[in-house]
Each structure stands twice: as structure tokens, then as C-alpha cells.
Design a protein around this ligand. Sequence first.
Ligand code: ADP
Ligand code: ADP
Length: 237
Amino acid sequence: SDIIIDVAHLNFYYGNSQALFDLNLTFPRRQVTALIGPSGCGKSTFLRCLNRMNDLVDVARMEGSIRLDGTEINSGELDVIELRRRVGMVFQKSNPFPKSIYENVIYGLRIAGINDKHVLDETVERSLRGAALWDEVKDRLHESALGMSGGQMQRLCIARAIAVNPEVILMDEPCSALDPKSTARVEDLIKELRDQFTIIIVTHNMQQAARVSDYTAFLFEGLLIEFDKTSKLFVKP
Ligand code: ADP
Ligand code: ADP
């Protein structure tokens, strides 16, 4: 089907405070969907529902259904480790570990118990190429990732996300800590990755949504106000 994620009647609460109200939307496969809206409208909360990161919050409670290719993600059919392999996440601030660039890329494979050097080497090259970073770092794969620039670190986190071959990549304001030049590189990369992955990107930057996304969802105070093709919602300059 052309739909990869189907969200139906999603309500989300932090204790007694409701953060999301009866959200209904579907995400088209191998497209970029931007989630936009003012600070506090529930963008991060919604993103964290999609890979069950909210499970970490004690007072969190979710109602409704989120299906990933037909499988309810909040059921026994899909454990959380498998879910997070299929739905990767790139955070607002890149967070490389104090380890080599190489080890940062293959972090998810190590967790999965994959230690075959040939497989790891291939994955590192494929993922760094996919994240448009290979040429810059191929001669220093075994140096610490902490010596990279901010823009490189953000692309490293994208490489780490794609290393495990996810179906969906969630990005929570991936450019908010980057300078304009690095932002442009990451935006170009997002457009390229669409051929292989379904991307859901949270941004508070409307111009960015217009530049990178195929679909746009507007949230306001926990409600879905609009969801449509980006070309219908924005008049491109
Ligand atoms: P956005 O990402 O759009 O800025 P959030 O999803 O972070 O919005 O927040 C939505 C609402 O939920 C806000 O009112 C925020 O204060 C509240 N909220 C977010 N995280 C928590 C939390 N861990 N505990 C309690 N309330 C939270
Ligand atoms: P952002 O708006 O960039 O998502 P915030 O600075 O609002 O981030 O929140 C930082 C962290 O604090 C997040 O993990 C969020 O879940 C949590 N948080 C936000 N609002 C609240 C709240 N009202 N109560 C408790 N935790 C919150």
C-alpha cells in the first residue's frame, strides 16, 4: 500500500493534561512529511508516539491506534526493539558517542549482535555515502566522532539511523542547531533520502517545510489543523 503509517483517534496525555486530541492521519510511503506548528503544540510528543519513546515518561498515556504497515505498534505483535529498528530517529542535537566515527555508525548493528567485520565495513561505507559524509571522513573513520563539525555530526546521526535499514526516519528539528550552510546540506540530503525511506520531520520553520516536504501536517494546541500536499498549502516563491 502507499500508506506506511496509519494514525487513528490518537489521544495522548501527560498525567491529567492532554497533549494530543483525536489525531487522524496517514503517512505516505517514501515521501517526506513535515510536522509544523508553534512551540508546545505537540510535535515532539507526536513523533515520540511513533516509536514509543513516550514509554519512558512515567505519566504518559496513549489512546487510539498507530499502525505500521498494518501492525499495531502498541500491541504484543511488535516489540519495542523491533519497532525502533524499523522506525529510526534523528534528534535535534546530534549526539555522537565519545567513540570513533566507525563505531558511531554501526551502533545499531552492535546492539543487534552483528560483529562480522565485512558486514560492518560495508554498512559504514553505505551509510556514510547515504548521509553524504563518506568523502569527508573516509580517511579518519577510526578517529573520535567528537572532533567533527556540528553539520558533520548531524549527518553522522543520519548515517547511524540509516545503517539499520529502517523503513521510517523521524527527525526532530534536525537543523535547528546548524548554520545556514550545514542546514542546506542536510535539507538536500533529506530530499535524496526520500527515494529509500519514509521521512517525518518536525520543524518550526515553514520555509524549511516548503523546501523539503511532499506533505505537511499543521498542529495547533494538540489538534491536527491541516494535512495536505505541501504544494497545495504553500505557494512556492
Ligand atoms: P512541541 O514539540 O510542539 O514544542 P511538545 O510535544 O514538546 O510540543 O509539548 C506538547 C505539550 O506537552 C506541551 O504543553 C508540553 O509542556 C507538554 N509536555 C511535553 N513533554 C512533557 C513531559 N515529559 N511531561 C509533561 N508535559 C510534557
Ligand atoms: P522542545 O520544545 O524542543 O521539544 P522543551 O525544551 O520544551 O523541548 O522540552 C525539553 C524536555 O522537557 C523534553 O524532553 C520534554 O518532554 C520535557 N518537557 C516539556 N514540557 C514539559 C512539562 N510541562 N513537564 C515536564 N517535562 C516537560
